[in-house]
Design a protein around this ligand. Structure first.
Ligand code: NDP
Ligand code: HSE
Length: 434
């Protein structure tokens, strides 16, 4: 710290869901933090978009402005806490803070997934710290867990439920047969969703978090744009119900695996999980990450993945950890890695849940089976849902096969006159082999 006392002067960018939570912890727990850590955090200034907006927190004596560029340049400030979100202007503000000799704490997964590398380089050059624990899985200390707790391991795989909003929606659709739009509205009202919830439901937020975790787990810079991404927008209550009848839950998963040759498999998509899978029982806003270390075997991190208090908890933990490092004159030595290759989705191998809406006519099963067989896809189960209406749902589960084969087979099946809707394809993730 620049000053001789243990005072840490903080510039807070953003006073929304998370920013308000951080300010509350600093106000309500300031004395306890001072007692436990010997650090006194003082809000030196707060920036918002609209200073006139009514807030549900009162910050007496704290300057609130809409000029973040000025706040990050203020010489007296030790830490900048960025909680405005989005790639810009957050990126430029953080860069300016680092150049000005300030440490940075942020919950901004979009920024650190898409443009993290230049900021990490800058932090190395300036010897400043960056803490982004809050960016992944809200209150769960998964970044610290991977970075420090599993430091002696070679990590081969991470599989996680990383988005609280999607997990909440899928759980509500499954447990209470709630319609998707209603569950999404509830997640927004609870403060779980991003300001643009499309980022949650289309898998972008999960891919951002996977990029951050994979960087730490596999010690590689991650080319974010190469992460395969599919969201939950097209997951229907019907498929959730059929999956449940077959013994599976539907979850939005992030999967990262390192292969023997160093190439990475990185993908985000809804998946069927056998109900005995540890992740199948993670519901509501909770997140969980299974990490496979060569020494530890599987470790699971679990807890609240979004919302004001868990996320603010992670932000303040980073603020404390960084202030303690400063107090001991520890400079940032975070490594800069080289970039790994990412295997295209067409090459992955998986089991699949397929649903076809077909006319209820003789020979239709044969047509489906023939096309799947022609593409080398072996079936493990076929079910036709009994109904007096046509078209009917035919559900097929496959053995492990290559994605490219499934894509080609589905294109051929969709072209058949007896097939009345675009076939549904969901991957099945087994406990041992995602
Ligand atoms: P909110 O939308 O609730 O709050 C954003 C805050 O930033 C608001 O106070 C807003 O001002 C302010 N702001 C926005 N743009 C600017 C700007 N250009 N200049 C100054 N202030 C600005 O977002 P959240 O608190 O939910 O999220 C903040 C960050 O935390 C995001 O990166 C998000 O991804 C991340 N995050 C959120 C979690 C959650 O559960 N909500 C969990 C984990 C991470 P005003 O109030 O005037 O509009
Ligand atoms: N919108 C995110 C989620 C916030 O729902 O998980 C936590 O990162």
């Amino acid at each position: 710290m620049k000053n001789q006392t243990n005072l840490v002067r903080v510039g807070l960018l953003g006073l929304g869901t998370v920013g308000t939570g951080v300010a509350r912890i600093l106000i309500n727990k300031g004395a306890a933090i001072r007692r436990d850590t010997g650090l006194e955090f003082r809000l030196a200034g707060v920036c918002v978009r609209n200073p006139k907006k009514k807030r549900d927190i009162s910050l007496k004596g704290v300057r609130i402005s809409s000029r973040p560029a000025e706040l990050v340049r203020e010489k007296s400030i030790d830490q900048i806490v960025e909680l405005i979100g989005g790639v810009e202007p957050a990126g430029a503000l953080i860069a300016s803070a680092l150049r000005g000799g300030k440490d940075v704490v942020s919950a901004n997964k979009a920024l650190f997934a898409e443009r993290g590398l230049p900021l990490y380089r800058l932090a190395r050059q300036t010897g400043r710290h960056i803490g982004i624990e809050a960016a992944v899985c809200g209150g769960i200390p998964v970044i610290q867990g991977i970075q420090s707790g599993l430091a002696s391991n070679r990590i081969s795989r991470i599989v996680g439920i990383l988005n609280g909003t999607c997990n909440y929606i899928l759980s509500e659709m499954s447990r209470h047969a709630k319609p998707y739009p209603m569950a999404l509205r509830e997640a927004q009202a609870a403060g779980f969703a991003e300001s643009d919830p499309t980022l949650d439901v289309n898998g972008t937020d999960t891919a951002h978090k996977l990029a951050i975790l994979a960087r730490l787990a596999f010690k590689s810079e991650i080319p974010y744009a190469r992460i395969f991404r599919e969201g939950i927008e097209r997951v229907t209550s019907e498929d959730i119900r059929y999956a449940a009848e077959l013994g599976y839950s539907v979850k939005l998963l992030a999967i990262g695996q390192r292969e023997g040759n160093g190439a990475l498999e990185l993908r985000v998509h809804p998946a069927l999980l056998e109900k005995r899978h540890l992740l199948a029982n993670v519901s509501g806003v909770n997140n969980a990450v299974l990490v496979s270390g060569d020494e530890t075997g599987d470790i699971m991190f679990y807890g609240r993945g979004a919302g004001q208090r868990p996320t603010a908890s992670a932000v303040v933990s980073d603020m404390i950890a960084i202030a303690q490092a400063r107090r001991h004159n520890v400079n940032n030595l975070d490594p800069i890695f080289s970039t790994a290759g990412v295997r295209p989705i067409q090459e992955i191998r998986s089991r699949y849940y397929l649903r076809f809406q077909v006319l209820d006519r003789p020979g239709v099963f044969g047509t489906l089976a023939q096309i799947l067989g022609r593409h080398g896809i072996s079936l493990s189960s076929v079910v036709q849902k009994e109904t007096n209406r046509s078209p009917v749902s035919v559900i097929v589960l496959t053995h492990r096969t290559e994605e490219s084969r499934v894509q080609k087979a589905l294109t051929a099946i969709a072209a058949q006159s007896v097939v009345k809707e675009k076939p549904v394809r969901l991957r099945i993730v087994d406990p041992e082999t995602p």
